[in-house]
Design a protein around this ligand. Structure first.
Ligand SMILES: Nc1ncnc2c1ncn2[C@@H]1O[C@H](COP(=O)(O)OP(=O)(O)O)[C@@H](O)[C@H]1O
Ligand SMILES: [Mg+2]
Length: 496
């Protein structure tokens, strides 16, 4: 349902207080004006800068123009015996600290039901004082859909050849989705100025910058494919099958996402990035550290904003890397419930989102995740990526020996306990310092040694609970490849 459809329904049902959360007031106002016009409702708007304006009347300056209290009271005089009147108050959250204003609103909203007078507050946040909580219904002004983006594009690229056509137009709309109307306009215009036409690539580029500026999300569009990762056979097959199945139209069959667990350096982050390219979706990375680091009161709002952008960019892959870091504070007495609320917002989105967003969460340490996180229905699968076995390591060596053009005749170092990251580091060092691999290996400290206990704990936790990333079926720490078992014997002997 669009904003206008919902608004129209609520006004008919006599909800006298409506709070619209919007970052684009002009646009929301335009839609409200159209609605009021087509329904024959009287409409007035107020903001602190311009005061009260009654739509359709030219001499807008009314008595007490800039007084917020007078604005509320003016609504009474707009009431007619058989008509409907609507007052839009912009950024009125700023004035709700005043007891008089709150009281005036309480009275107005209560009588409004009888007199068919309605108050709409347009604000970028939802901050409703407790006295008014039950009197307001909150609506979200959603980001523009593809239709609207196409309309904006047509408004800007008016000349022949300005706009792409056919499949390229669809690509342009993909590129623009997730932007606000204003941002889309700016992106289209800039592309037109720079390239003399509106191109998907230019819009992608601008969108990357816009997202980065918001500090919450970044966009990854790379060329890497699954072949740049050794091992993970089961995980690759599972995700590809889930995402490429031809049931995009059926929300019940829509894939939801996976949770990936492993010691650091086993390729979780890299996997997410390659997944996007494999299945032809952009990868949006949500920076949870940034979210938490922002001003306390804003975290929740920012979480919602980021989730809205992700929804609007569907179909996409949303990567929430090292998710345990964001939620480490849940239940912690020191943060006054912020993480718990953010976590709640995020979990309910994970459960309820209807958009075609495939979520990949990664975690290095499950003990920091609240237990409810891993509940089965939130994800299509929870995968454990163990340290690579002998076969996987061989594949990874081959990748990086090639990539760094290293002489293959030399002996490989002892790599039991190594992760993919360590194999890569060894090859990189060998190429960088121009030394044999054996020598480069002396500078590699495997995670499995420095954090042996954490790795063991993770394995124990994952055993019987998670799917194995390497082979089909459930991970069990006792049924590992032969080399894995041998590794462990050595490790136990030296680390205890
Ligand atoms: N199985 C693998 N195959 C190829 N490269 C790997 C593999 N595992 C890890 N790497 C490399 O190690 C580096 C670190 O991996 P990353 O994805 O950041 O690990 P994680 O997110 O699990 O900590 C990346 O450059 C990645 O390409
Ligand atoms: Mg990572």
């Amino acid at each position: 349902m669009t904003l206008i459809e919902r608004l129209s329904e609520l006004i008919r049902a006599c909800f006298s207080g409506l709070w619209i959360e919007s970052h684009e007031h002009q646009d929301a106002l335009g839609e409200i004006t159209m609605l009021c016009h087509s329904e024959g409702w009287r409409l007035a708007t107020w903001d602190i800068d311009r005061g009260l304006a009654i739509v359709g009347q030219t001499d807008t300056a009314q008595a007490g123009g800039q007084d917020p209290l007078a604005a509320i009271r003016s609504l009474e005089s707009m009431a007619t015996p058989d008509g409907t009147a609507v007052l839009v108050l912009q950024n009125f959250h700023r004035f709700l600290q005043s007891a008089e204003i709150v009281q005036a609103l309480v009275r107005q909203l209560t009588t409004g039901k009888q007199t068919r007078t309605f108050v709409i507050i347009l604000a970028p946040v939802v901050q409703i004082p407790i006295e008014l909580e039950k009197l307001f219904v909150v609506l979200e002004h959603e980001l523009p859909g593809r239709e609207q983006l196409a309309e904006i594009a047509r408004g800007i690229g008016t000349e022949e050849g300005d706009l792409p056509t056919g499949a390229d137009l669809q690509m342009l709309l993909d590129a623009a989705s997730g932007l606000t109307r204003h941002e889309a306009e700016a992106a289209f215009s800039l592309s037109l100025i720079r390239h003399e036409r509106i191109t998907p690539d230019a819009v992608w580029e601008l969108k990357c910058q816009t997202l980065k500026k918001s500090g919450l999300l970044s966009l990854h569009r790379g060329r890497e494919s699954f072949s740049s990762l050794g091992g993970m056979t089961a995980l690759k097959a599972f995700t590809k099958r889930a995402l490429l199945q031809p049931s995009r139209g059926n929300p019940l069959k829509r894939p939801r996402g996976v949770l990936l667990l492993s010691p650091p350096g086993c390729g979780k982050s890299q996997f997410c990035k390659t997944l996007g390219n494999e299945v032809g979706r952009p990868v949006l990375m949500l920076d949870v550290g940034q979210l938490m680091g922002s001003l306390v009161g804003q975290s929740e709002e920012r979480t919602r904003q980021a989730l809205r952008i992700i929804d609007a960019m569907a179909p996409c892959v949303a990567m929430i890397d090292e998710v345990e870091k964001a939620f480490a504070g849940v239940g912690n007495a020191n943060d006054s419930g912020v993480s718990a609320r953010m976590f709640g917002t995020f979990l309910s989105w994970l459960n309820d989102h209807e958009s075609d967003v495939f979520v990949v969460c990664t975690a290095n340490d499950v003990s920091k995740l609240p237990p409810e996180f891993g509940r089965a229905e939130r994800f299509d699968g929870i995968f454990f990526l163990d340290l690579p076995g002998a076969k996987e390591r061989e594949a990874i060596w081959n990748l990086y020996l090639d990539q760094f053009q290293i002489d293959r005749t030399q002996r490989l170092p002892d790599d039991a306990q190594w992760t993919g990251a360590e194999i890569r580091a060894c090859c990189r060092l060998s190429a960088l310092l121009d030394v044999p691999l054996q020598q480069a290996a002396q500078n590699v400290v495997p995670v499995a040694v420095t954090a042996a206990e954490t790795v063991e704990r993770l394995r124990t936790w994952a055993s019987g609970r998670c799917l194995s990333a390497d082979q089909p079926g459930i991970y069990s720490r006792d049924v590992q490849p032969a080399s894995g078992a041998r590794r462990r014997v050595n490790r136990d002997a030296s680390s205890n």
